[in-house]
Design a binder for this molecule. Structure first.
Ligand SMILES: Nc1ncnc2c1ncn2[C@@H]1O[C@H](COP(=O)(O)OP(=O)(O)OP(=O)(O)O)[C@@H](O)[C@H]1O
Ligand SMILES: [Mg+2]
Length: 308
């Protein structure tokens, strides 16, 4: 099975989702699930000349013999918010780790067309990773936890103070810089983890199911925080999730993966001029987007069964 992209992936009735709405608002409230390159948000001040990162026919075979990815290609433009969605074991984390340089490829390439790369083929300092667990150091306070990536670059606490306080303020934790992880809620710990990822001002933020362990209300709040940060900073985000709802709320592009072996099943641009907020969550457009993504996910699961 080859990869499917855009309209090829979306056969009727899913090829083009249009929502019936009053004429006066019709133009504003259309969600297109077909490729709309011109509608792709760009990072502020950043020309979208070359992609940020491109996976080219990446295959990953672990030493156990498991083929986690096979011929996976994915091109990510600067400023995109991409969700990687797919069934458990389809290779989402493997793909993210390979992009982060935390694992090598068995064949294929990762290209960074718009970055300066180091001797390991990685763009120096341009990538941050947020894991499902906040992975904070319990013996260090919030300030020191966020300082860590800067400390590794030889930047002292004194020199980094303004930068750290600014990023803590961005995630709403400016009053908790002295607190220890044990004094924070799960959502606050995750905010610290996000602050630590952002403090180096990366171009690309990789998030592997960051909110999966949190309650629904906290998860929704953090979804809004991440969207705000994405808009404010122009950062590119690749966000791994199991949740159709989360992917349809956050992303401007959803890449649905299929398992055994892992590869792209469908690539669904999601364009809306609506603000992603509480109103959007209850809108017909959001419902339609969720339905489209859900159909695609079911298609990916069925296709993997047929391949066996
Ligand atoms: N270090 C490893 N050694 C051997 N096999 C691995 C390793 N890491 C992952 N795998 C296998 O590779 C496949 C893809 O795993 P991966 O963790 O990327 O999936 P995933 O889509 O992130 O799943 P989940 O949604 O459950 O997190 C699985 O079959 C998994 O068992
Ligand atoms: Mg995973």
């Amino acid at each position: 099975m080859g990869e499917m992209r855009g309209s090829h992936a979306l056969r009727p009735p899913l090829a083009h989702v249009r929502v019936e709405i009053p004429a006066a608002r019709r133009k504003r409230q259309t969600i297109l699930m077909t490729p709309q390159p011109s509608a792709m948000p760009s990072a502020p001040g950043e020309a979208r000349k070359r992609p940020l990162v491109a996976m080219a026919e990446v295959t990953k075979v672990f030493s156990s013999g498991t083929v986690a990815l096979s011929g996976m290609s994915l091109t990510v433009e600067s400023g995109e918010f991409i969700s990687l969605l797919g069934p458990s074991g389809c290779g989402k984390s493997t793909a993210l780790r390979i992009i982060a340089g935390l694992g090598d490829v068995s064949s294929g390439r990762i290209d960074w067309p718009s970055s300066r790369i180091n001797s390991k083929g990685q763009p120096d300092g341009d990538i941050s990773f947020v894991f499902q667990e906040p992975t904070l150091m319990p013996w260090k306070n919030v300030f020191d936890n966020v300082h860590l990536p800067l400390k590794l670059r030889g930047i002292s606490k004194t020199a980094a103070r303004d930068q750290i306080m600014q990023v803590l303020s961005t995630v709403g934790l400016q009053d908790f810089s002295e607190a220890y992880p044990r004094e924070l809620s799960g959502g606050m710990k995750m905010r610290v983890s996000i602050a630590r990822a952002l403090v180096t001002k990366p171009k690309l933020l990789l998030m592997d199911e960051p909110f999966a362990a949190l309650d629904e209300i906290t998860r929704q709040k953090l979804n809004d925080d991440v969207l705000r940060l994405w808009k404010e900073t122009g950062i590119t985000v690749i966000f791994v999730t199991h949740s159709v709802f989360e992917s349809a709320y956050l992303s401007n592009r959803i890449v649905v993966m299929k398992a055994r072996p892992g590869r792209v099943h469908a690539d669904l641009p999601l364009v809306t001029s609506l603000e992603r907020d509480a109103h959007y969550r209850t809108s017909e457009e959001y419902r339609q987007a969720c339905e489209t993504v859900s159909h695609s996910l079911i298609g990916a699961i069925n296709a993997a069964k047929e391949d066996r």
